[in-house]
Design a protein around this ligand. Structure first.
Ligand code: PEP
Length: 241
């Protein structure tokens, strides 16, 4: 089973030139790594241009709508992404849940409609800090997983909200506890996301049931993303000896 290294660029970089340069830098560095699935998630507007400039990484979108067409101003449909050649989509990222107020129901609709057209989906789940402090982290994530379809193209990313963009990653035992639960409920690959950096990637990759990383900040620097990919790959090679 190939592990996944995924880079979520969020609303960065802010020019087409910088986006293409970053994509090319990542593509060149990751070209020789064949035993990982490698995906970058640029902002929508740069996707076509980036596709013309990479060959070793797959391209995904950071969001999608659940309807396929119609009067939904500002939205992009799963079939449009597929038509463009996009293979993957991130759904339910905590920034969309918390800043854009997406709820569990619309997120599950997005997941179903994307899988139905043939996109591969990374569904993000994870608890907020106060929910963990109240020991409600398992209950919250179980609720976020409620109603997910059983589809081979679905991958889950466990991203505790308190670890995203904060520099504070979850501890190995916290990751193992949550990944084991998510795996037992879904049977899917489970990625970890939350302040993964070159410095902590080897340790986090050694946690049980970590099938890859979803990386935010450190994916905006080609060298850092490459180092994380190498740590993931090396840890996997060591553990499968
Ligand atoms: C993310 O945005 O999915 C993420 C994990 O961000 P960061 O790596 O910056 O914490």
């Amino acid at each position: 089973m190939r592990r996944i290294i995924a880079g979520n660029w969020k609303m960065n970089p802010t020019t087409a030139e910088n986006a293409v340069n970053l994509a090319k830098g990542v593509d060149e560095r990751l070209e020789g790594i064949n035993d990982l699935e490698k995906i970058i998630f640029p902002p929508f507007v740069y996707i076509p241009l980036i596709m013309e400039n990479v060959r070793s990484v797959e391209i995904g979108a950071q969001n999608v709508f659940y309807e396929l067409s119609g009067a939904y101003t500002g939205e992009v449909s799963p079939s449009m992404l597929l038509d463009l050649g996009v293979k993957w989509v991130i759904i339910g990222h905590s920034e969309r849940r918390n800043i854009l107020h997406e709820d569990d129901e619309s997120i599950i609709r997005k997941v179903k409609s994307s899988l139905e057209v043939g996109l591969k989906v990374i569904l993000c789940v994870g608890e907020k800090l106060h929910e963990r402090e109240l020991f409600r982290h398992k209950e919250v994530v179980k609720r976020q997983l409620d109603g997910i379809p059983d589809d081979e193209n679905l991958v889950i990313a466990y991203e505790p909200v308190w670890a995203i963009g904060t520099g504070r990653n979850a501890r190995v035992e916290q990751i193992e506890e949550m990944h084991e639960m998510i795996k037992s409920i879904t049977g899917k690959k489970v990625l970890y996301g939350g302040s993964v950096k070159p410095e902590n990637a080897s340790e986090l990759a050694s946690a049980k049931n970590v099938d890859g990383f979803l990386v935010g900040g450190a994916s905006l620097e080609a060298d850092s993303f490459h180092k994380i990919a190498l740590a993931l790959r090396n840890q996997y090679l060591t553990s499968s000896k």
